[in-house]
Design a protein around this ligand. Structure first.
Ligand SMILES: Nc1nc2c(ncn2[C@@H]2O[C@H](COP(=O)(O)OP(=O)(O)OP(=O)(O)O)[C@@H](O)[C@H]2O)c(=O)[nH]1
Length: 311
């Protein structure tokens, strides 16, 4: 594709506050998890592969980090993994050596999970649980990263069983109190599903924006307009121009209003508004920017605008 695009130097976040981006039940989750820790042999942390470093909760490491730990970077189908080596090296430097990329929607790499858990537990001391034949794991992570989908994928694979955990497109679906679910017969493996929901760590507005684009924070709390703007900025920075083809544009653009106007017109998302003029009121048709922003974000989340790596 040949074109001239003026890339933005940086992204202007304005005076945004990130403190209120989580529902209250998440703060309670950690307390319940800590109470269950005694009966857990291994912690399986699920996170979004597009943000391997952003948004994971550090309190988790401080409070639950004494147990063997496996990091599942899920939604690999949506992530640009050409930099996999860099990611693994950096995670290792942070002390995270056990990492598996998965796609729970298509059962990719799910086979590696139980053997990795067994190996991890085998090489660790099982403090109070040495006499127990069964293994208990806890699946944790920030909202909407695919914890329930992982549990269901494990059950499909090892038990040929259907869904035990509800899967949802919005963050915060899994709220029920701790449930014990069998995931494998041999080795005998159980897991605790909820309340493994942790509030993500948002150290900056930019991290918040990444988390929101990955569907971890409810859109309306952040604002779809700025999310769409940040998405365009990210896609352009990464030279990921699938949106041009998807929306039938002539070339990439760096201005969000220009893009949203084109999307709105393309999709027929317009609205009539009354304009007061010197000669009386007239109805004019204007692009529905919100509807266009919503479509842009949703299309990105389905993977139709290409794979990205936001960290
Ligand atoms: N593309 C893709 N989508 C996935 C994958 N895994 C899960 N999803 C989708 O991501 C959304 C969230 O999945 P859940 O399994 O409900 O996530 P969760 O972490 O249990 O969510 P909470 O209950 O909110 O904490 C759903 O729409 C799933 O279909 C994956 O590997 N790839």
């Amino acid at each position: 594709m040949r074109f001239s695009l003026l890339l933005r130097r940086g992204f202007e976040f304005g005076e945004r506050e990130v403190a209120h981006w989580f529902p209250g039940h998440m703060a309670r989750g950690l307390k319940q998890m800590k109470a269950k820790l005694k009966s857990i042999d291994c912690i399986v942390e699920v996170h979004d592969a597009r943000i391997p470093f952003s948004g994971r909760n550090p309190i988790f490491e401080e409070s639950l980090g004494i147990k063997p730990h496996l990091l599942i970077l899920n939604k690999m189908d949506l992530a640009d993994l050409t930099q996999e080596k860099r990611i693994l090296t950096k995670l290792k430097q942070q002390g995270i050596g056990n990492v598996i990329f998965t796609d729970c929607a298509r059962d990719k790499n799910i086979k590696q999970v139980v053997p990795a858990i067994t190996k991890l537990i085998g090489s660790s001391q099982r403090f109070q649980r040495a006499e127990n034949a069964e293994t208990c794991i806890m699946v944790i992570g920030v909202p909407n990263v695919g914890k329930s989908s992982l549990i269901n994928a494990l059950r499909r694979l090892h038990l040929r069983k259907g869904k035990a955990s509800r899967v949802g497109g919005e963050p915060g679906i899994t709220r029920a109190v701790l449930t014990r679910i069998q995931v494998s017969e041999s080795p005998l493996l159980y897991l605790f599903d909820t309340p493994g929901v942790l509030s993500p760590r948002i150290e900056s507005v930019e991290t918040g924006m990444k988390l929101a684009l990955c569907g971890t924070i409810l859109d309306h709390l952040v604002g779809e307009d700025i999310m769409a703007n940040y998405l365009l900025y990210t896609l352009n920075q990464q030279q990921q121009y699938r949106y041009v083809e998807h929306y039938g544009l002539e070339e990439p653009c760096s201005e969000i209003d220009t893009l949203l106007k084109k999307i709105a017109l393309k999709l027929g998302k317009t609205q009539k508004v009354k304009a007061i003029t010197g000669v009386g009121d007239v109805n004019i048709t204007v692009p529905n920017y919100s509807a266009a922003a919503y479509d842009f974000i949703r299309t990105f989340r389905c993977g139709q605008l290409g794979k990205v790596m936001m960290d």
